[in-house]
Unconditional design. Structure first.
Length: 102
């Protein structure tokens, strides 16, 4: 599996990913080393967190079809923990800014 490689490319810590998964950093570390195999549910969640396909994580393909930058990943983490009003405000600001730059 490419978990460590992808995590390092994204600039994320094991703790950050473990927190998103709802597991301990030790459990996540064992996924990276291959000492423990994640369930399909965990693989799907990892693909969402890391912004790549499950196929890419398990080395079934060589192209990360929708890889997010570390900045985009941070935005995603922040959005997930924000309340609905903050999400709406942030989206409106981003949309307004992109319109002004066109």
């Amino acid at each position: 599996m490419r978990l460590k490689e992808i995590r390092l490319q994204k600039g994320l810590s094991q703790k950050k990913i473990a927190d998103e998964l709802g597991c301990s950093p030790n459990v996540y570390s064992r996924y990276e080393t291959g000492d423990r195999q994640p369930s399909i549910e965990i693989l799907i969640r990892l693909s969402e967190i890391l912004g790549v396909t499950v196929d890419y994580i398990i080395e079934n393909c060589n192209v990360a079809s929708y890889a997010l930058t570390s900045y985009e990943t941070e935005l995603l983490f922040a959005a997930r923990s924000a309340d609905i009003r903050a999400k709406e405000d942030a989206l409106m600001i981003l949309q307004n800014h992109s319109v002004k730059n066109k």
